[in-house]
Design a protein around this ligand. Structure first.
Ligand code: OAD
Length: 234
């Protein structure tokens, strides 16, 4: 019987699609400070700056040149062809897994192309800019929309579902993440406790590389399609 697979992805899988990672040389966190643009208190202090940062990223994500790459496509193929369950836990707020065709996705850090009203909690698709004049279509409040993303000091989404899936999985694969941000970086420990096969695929050893039994280092677009073909036996 085919077992169940949980895949954790991070910014490295989208790098070759043209989206900057956070902590590589020249990455996003070398261009702006987390405490200025990615915390609840930053939003209270300077909502214009925070909205501008996410407006810029939302706009960039929708540029025609930004497309899913071979690694995203391979993971969608795995979900379609593997006889057991495949669950994707992604830290990425881009929509490249969705565009590649993956369906079973837990977006634990939220989604850039959605907004959330902090007055009524309504979440809707959002492709344009957010600002002080944005109006919630559910409660009609003005200026209450924020990006539907998780900031530092906020709880990630779907953690109970992700942990339950990992506790029941046979294979846990981590792709393109530095292992610097918790709780995502600690998820491999649930896989180890469950006796799952654990594999890290990344450009370089992550901060939690020692927790993985198998490690493969190189570009996601080379390694992920090869790994998926191996799993599918082709
Ligand atoms: P990081 O920028 O911390 O790490 C990206 C990882 O991808 C690094 O370890 C790189 O070596 C690797 N990498 C780069 N290019 C690659 C390629 N072509 N193929 C394979 N690997 C490659 O990004 P994340 O680990 O995703 O959270 O960061 C985790 C969280 O920190 C993000 O979700 C975000 C950030 O702050 C929030 O904003 C809440």
């Amino acid at each position: 019987m085919a077992g169940s697979i949980v895949i954790l992805t991070g910014a490295g899988i989208s790098k070759e699609s043209g989206i900057d990672t956070f902590r590589d040389a020249g990455g996003l966190w070398s261009q702006v400070r987390i405490e200025d643009v990615a915390t609840p208190s930053a939003f209270v202090r300077n909502p214009q700056l925070v909205q501008a940062f996410y407006n810029m990223r939302r706009h960039a994500l929708q540029a025609p040149a930004i497309q899913p790459n071979a690694a995203h496509v391979a993971l969608a193929r795995l979900e379609a062809e593997w006889k057991g369950k495949v669950i994707l836990v992604t830290q990425n707020i881009d929509d490249l897994h969705q565009r590649a065709g993956s369906k079973n996705i837990l977006a634990i850090h939220g989604e850039l192309l959605k907004s959330r009203c902090f007055a009524c909690g309504n979440v809707v698709e959002e492709r344009g800019d957010l600002g002080a004049a944005s109006t919630c279509i559910a409660c009609a409040e003005i200026g209450t929309l924020r990006p539907h993303v998780v900031w530092f000091n906020e709880m990630p989404f779907f953690m109970d579902e992700a942990i339950a899936a990992i506790e029941a999985c046979d294979i846990f694969v981590s792709i393109g993440t530095s292992g610097a941000v918790y709780p995502a970086a600690g998820l491999v420990e649930y896989a180890n406790a469950a006796g799952a096969r654990t594999i890290e695929i990344n450009l370089e050893p992550s901060d939690v590389a020692s927790a993985f039994a198998e490690k493969r280092y190189g570009k996601a677009t080379d390694l992920v399609p090869a790994f998926v073909s191996e799993l599918l036996g082709s």
